[in-house]
Ligand binder design. Sequence first.
Ligand code: COA
Length: 374
Amino acid sequence: MSDDIKKGLLGIVVDETEVSKVMPEINSLTYRGYAAQDLCEYCRFEEVAYLILNKDLPNTIQLRQFEKEERNNRELTKNLYEIIKHMPKKSHPMDVARTAVSVMGLEDKETSNSTPEANMRKALRIFAKTPTALSAFYRIRSGKKIIKPKKNLTFAENFFYMCFGKVPQKEIVKAFDVSLILYAEHSFNVSTFTARTITSSLSDIHGAITGAIASLKGPLHGGANEEVMHMMNRIKKPENALKWINNALKNKEVVMGFGHRVYKSGDSRVPTMRNYFGKVAKLKKDKKFEKIYDIVEKVMIKKKNIYPNVDYPTGPMYHLMGFDTDFFTPIFVISRITGWSAHIMEQHAANKLIRPLAKYKGSKHRKVMELNYR
Ligand code: COA
């Protein structure tokens, strides 16, 4: 056995997957064989969610059935609404999502049944309920009345409706839908690997998704979309952007929304997301963040050869859509539940306990002596 340490599992292939393929050499990403950008163009998020979970795009009947199931499962128990009402108003919504999914595990009658069929049913329930839990908290913390889910709205429309009480124009909904499609799945990223690791001990799907949410919260992973917005708010206006980024680089700061473990010459998801961010900026008649975006990007590529990742355009786009900054990563959650669930089911289907080794570098062997404070 080699003593070589691969910190961060850099470059290590740990398993096989059929869910998605990240191809950094050609800046491409496919879900179950379909190019993500084509899915953005031709599909709604629900169709992509079905594809990720069920391995194929749905036909009309399958889609209708899937949407019916999702819509019928949106409602939370009275108990969960009560728990959310009693959460500290200052809680980070990622912690609310994590706790809500954990409570769903307490309430679900199939929690300890990990057959493929039960896992698929539970995945769908978590997928349908998490947006409701998050939007309930969104309303409660600002003293507003909870808005219950509506069955005649799509997944994206319903989320807007539950947060704001209305559905925005269709171009805004489409841009949001595209972001959900692009956030849905990305192979063995840290939160997915967390979910697979938890699953590898044959633990349950609620636990695996709860752990994955905690992992996604970190600023080096999903939390980056919030950090991008904080950065843009610090920059304030386009005229400050050049000075700000030059300073940041001089001080060797990590610039959020840039860089990626796998993509080194551009994130395949960015061109599509950048395009929709531009459309939203145009509709909202607010080009300030777009200008800041372009200036910072140009300098990062020129001086560091580091490209933006998908969190760079989504941050300011969600801001323009009206979401509070700390809700950006939770939006990532409601989409990624699909990818996590597919990986959890894949792990269950061909499981091997994940248990790497560590090279010990602590104290030499010591003997326990009589302790003198006794
Ligand atoms: N800003 C400034 N420098 C960056 C950078 C960034 N966003 N991302 C990477 N670098 C630099 C590192 O400082 C390092 O430089 P060095 O070799 O001089 O020390 C080099 O590029 C390699 O980066 P490293 O952190 O080793 O790459 P990684 O594969 O371990 O990390 C990330 C990938 C995503 C963790 C990293 O790029 C990052 O922290 N990005 C910001 C957070 C973010 O946007 N996360 C979302 C990812 S989808």
